[in-house]
Write a protein of this length. Structure first.
Length: 112
C-alpha cells in the first residue's frame, strides 16, 4: 500500500482585487517581507515594522563596538539591555501581548 506523506503545511487562498493585492504587496516590501510572511504576521496579530534606515544599523554597530570594548560588567549589561530594547522597538514586529514574532519554517514563498 502506497501512503502519500502529509505535508506539514496548509495552503490558504485569498480572493483580492488587484488594488488590494497591490497595497498588501507594497506594505510587505516596505517591511522587507514576502507577501505571504506579511499576511501571516498580520493575520496572527503582529504589526510588522518597516525596514529601518541604514543609519540605525550604523549606530547599533557602534553600540556593539562600545560593548565589546567595555571593561565594566555594569556598563556591558546596560548596553546589552539598550541593544535589546532598540531591536524590540525598531526591528521586531510587535503584538498586543508584547511577544515578538517568531517566524516558523514557512516553506517557499507563495504569491497571493
Amino acid at each position: 500500500m502506497n501512503k502519500t506523506p502529509k505535508s506539514k503545511y496548509a495552503r490558504l487562498d485569498l480572493r483580492l482585487t488587484p488594488k488590494e493585492k497591490e497595497r498588501i504587496t507594497a506594505k510587505a516590501e516596505r517591511c522587507g517581507l514576502s507577501t505571504t510572511e506579511y499576511v501571516k504576521q498580520r493575520a496572527l496579530g503582529y504589526e510588522p515594522r518597516s525596514v529601518p534606515p541604514n543609519a540605525l544599523f550604523h549606530f547599533l554597530e557602534k553600540l556593539g563596538d562600545l560593548e565589546r570594548k567595555s571593561t565594566s560588567a555594569a556598563l556591558d549589561a546596560q548596553i546589552s539591555d539598550l541593544l535589546r530594547e532598540i531591536a524590540a522597538v525598531f526591528l521586531l514586529p510587535g503584538k498586543e501581548d508584547g511577544k515578538p514574532w517568531q517566524s516558523q519554517d514557512s516553506g517557499p514563498s507563495v504569491e497571493i
